[in-house]
Design a protein around this ligand. Structure first.
Ligand SMILES: Nc1ncnc2c1ncn2[C@@H]1O[C@H](COP(=O)(O)OP(=O)(O)OP(=O)(O)O)[C@@H](O)[C@H]1O
Ligand SMILES: [Mg+2]
Length: 493
């Protein structure tokens, strides 16, 4: 094996330039054809087809007719000229120019295409002609007028002259083998050309009529074809816009009809499944609403129980202990009683705070603004490192459920800011809009990845805030970055 083997895979030659240009043309044609609607495509095809077909047939018929007519003209000319030559022999021999003249006139009159005839003697002198008073045109004797080379049919020569009135075929027939002169007969193409032109015109007219009929037929066809498709497109767009009641009409039992049925079935199924989802969502919504109101009721009950029951009992316990303490100051138990009194007072304070946290009675009695003021104060006392900045711009009381929801949302957001964000400042802004109430809780803590936390679904706090807002037709957004987190909530009124 030589060391210079040719490689097994020689690179294929790149497509030559013309093919690339062809591709570009095809692409361009497709872009144009693809860009127009179906109606225009079908109309264009019908129009192009009928026109090309009509023109091709017309041109072919015209060519065939012209050829046949010319052959026929030549054949007729040859026979008339030879007949004339043999019939003029007697008159020439008798030197009877009158009879010769009559013979020429009669022949020209009897043949619709005959233009003229004349007889020359052996010396090329005109003996008789049919030009009458106008006189014999000397130019006819000039052979350079001929546009075709003379062709010989038997003993008869045939050539063609061009004149202002069209081409003239001249037949030159020798009389007595040429010894007595020649007869020359002129035949015009004009009549036959007129016939050919008339037929051509009629065929073009027919082509136009056929094209027109084709356009009408194509329009009807495209209307029949595109109407169901356009309906289907319209229905699809309506479904896309969310109207699941839209249905495509079934025009015919063809493929398009089957497509419309399949589409309608699909939309029906989609509608049914969306209805099921909506019903389930509604049920979940109701359940959640009940759960939240039951939770609030339960909190209210426990808070009241703590405040009115346990609180009152602790108070009377303290009063009892104080009375006992004062009645016998010197007893050794008096000092112990002091401590017990302090413990009872602390417990009472804790019970009151717990009761307020569970359900601040202020929220029911004085409204959101007062309850939030109280909560912010307590929050600041419980978190001495955090500055709480609260602005409540609420000229009127809000509906109970809205106040409760906003109170709980602010409570949770502030707790999160302190617990997770390690914030040093929390600002709360609650304000009334035209038809809504808005609350913003902003902290300067470490922030967090909101999307990730929402995806976790185990975060009850954020989930609860969102649900509370949505149950009242509102929405809750959280934005967060390294410089802190902000909770926006808006509830319509
Ligand atoms: N203001 C905030 N700053 C920093 N991280 C936050 C903030 N708020 C929430 N997070 C993050 O989001 C997570 C979810 O908060 P979410 O309130 O839902 O649950 P939780 O506070 O952990 O528990 P729960 O509120 O149910 O007691 C938190 O664990 C915390 O990592
Ligand atoms: Mg939380």
């Amino acid at each position: 094996m030589s060391t210079h083997d040719t490689p097994l895979h020689t690179p294929l030659p790149v497509a030559p330039f013309p093919s690339r240009r062809l591709n570009r043309w095809a692409e361009m044609a497709w872009r144009v054809a693809g860009g127009v609607d179906v109606r225009t495509k079908i109309l264009g095809m019908v129009l192009a087809l009928t026109t090309v077909l009509g023109l091709a047939v017309t041109l072919q018929v015209r060519a065939v007719m012209t050829r046949v007519f010319m052959e026929e003209l030549e054949g007729r000319g040859v026979s008339v000229a030879s007949d004339l030559a043999s019939r003029s022999v007697d008159a020439i021999l008798l030197n009877d120019t009158y009879t010769l003249h009559e013979l020429l006139i009669e022949t020209v009159n009897n043949h619709p295409d005959a233009l003229y005839a004349f007889v020359l003697d052996r010396d090329n002198q005109v003996i008789a002609h049919t030009f009458g008073d106008a006189g014999f045109p000397a130019a006819l004797l000039n052979p350079t007028l001929a546009v075709t080379a003379p062709n010989l049919v038997g003993t008869i020569r045939h050539w063609v002259y061009a004149t202002n009135e069209g081409r003239v075929h001249e037949m030159i027939a020798p009389i007595m083998g040429g010894n007595a002169g020649v007869v020359r007969l002129g035949l015009t193409e004009a009549r036959l050309r007129t016939v050919v032109n008339t037929v051509t015109g009629q065929m073009i007219l027919t082509t136009l009529l056929v094209a027109l009929a084709g356009i009408v037929a194509a329009m009807i066809l495209t209307w029949l074809l595109t109407r169901p498709i356009l309906d289907l497109v319209e229905t699809t767009q309506a479904v896309g816009r969310g109207n699941l009641q839209a249905r495509a009409p079934h025009w015919a039992d063809d493929e398009i009809g089957t497509l419309a049925d399949a589409f309608n079935q699909m939309v029906s199924d989609l509608d049914a499944s969306q209805r099921t989802v909506a019903e389930k969502e509604q049920a979940r919504f109701e359940l959640l609403k009940k759960l939240i109101s039951a939770q609030e009721e339960e909190r209210k009950r426990i808070a009241r129980e703590l405040h009115d029951g346990v609180g009152q009992m602790l108070t009377s316990l303290m009063v009892g202990m104080r009375t006992l303490q004062r009645s016998d100051d010197a007893s050794p138990a008096a000092h112990r009683m002091d401590e017990l009194c302090a413990t009872a007072s602390e417990t009472l304070e804790q019970v009151r705070t717990l009761s307020r946290e569970l359900r601040p009675s202020l929220l029911d009695d004085l409204g959101l603004a007062a309850a939030l003021e109280r909560y912010a104060g307590e929050f600041a006392r419980a978190h001495p490192t955090i500055t709480v900045d609260l602005h409540c711009d609420l000229p009127m009381r809000l509906p109970g459920p809205v106040e409760t929801a906003l109170y709980r949302i602010v409570q949770e957001a502030m707790t999160n800011a302190a617990r997770h964000g390690k914030a040093s400042t929390i600002s709360v802004l609650v304000s009334r809009r035209a038809n809504a109430v808005q609350a913003i809780v902003e902290d300067d803590g470490v922030g967090f990845d909101v999307a990730a936390v929402r995806k976790r679904q185990s975060s009850v706090g954020i989930f609860g805030m969102t649900e509370r807002a949505e149950l009242l037709g509102g929405k809750l957004d959280i934005e967060s970055g390294p410089e802190g987190a902000t909770v926006y909530v808006e509830i319509p009124l």
